[in-house]
Design a protein. Structure first.
Length: 157
């Protein structure tokens, strides 16, 4: 009885019988805004290296040595993370430096870790990836973030 009343009050419309089977490969994920004043931040362990990502095997027994520990929230954007990395790495402040973000998480099927691309941002340039949040990419507390930093090539004259 209560279930019927809930359905009547629900603003959602009933499912249409003539649904298309095709779905867009891009699904919108609704992200709830995090109240950063009231929500406790999480510890994000970020590992970065120049030119490439760490291999997932490098996280198996120990973690790579080049680690940043950042307190942030799940709604943190890749641009925010890029800014924090640039604060501790002066060479990465050069315009044109690219930051290739990936998440590293435990493999649910076997021992080890998997690496999943998050997006690429560039210092001094706007890109759609700047606004990607950790939560929009299904980041879970306890996952690592791996960043491949690529410095811009020197100009030849």
């Amino acid at each position: 009885m209560a279930d019927r009343e809930r359905r009547k009050r629900s603003p959602l419309k009933s499912k249409s019988k003539s649904r298309s089977r095709s779905r867009s490969p891009i699904q919108r994920v609704q992200i709830k805004a995090v109240d950063r004043e009231k929500t406790c931040p999480l510890l994000l362990r970020v590992f970065w290296t120049i030119g490439r990502h760490h291999r997932p095997e490098e996280f198996f027994r120990t973690v790579p040595s080049n680690e940043l520990q950042i307190y942030t929230w799940k709604d943190a954007t890749l641009k925010e993370l890029m800014t924090l990395i640039k604060e501790v790495n002066p060479d990465a402040r050069k315009k044109g430096t690219t930051f290739d973000f990936a998440t590293v998480f435990p493999n649910p099927r076997q021992a080890g870790f998997l690496l999943k691309e998050l997006g690429v941002t560039t210092a001094g340039r706007k890109s759609p990836a700047d606004n990607i949040t950790l939560e929009s990419k299904k980041f879970q507390i306890g996952d690592y973030v791996d960043v491949a930093v690529q410095y811009p090539r020197p100009m030849r004259h």
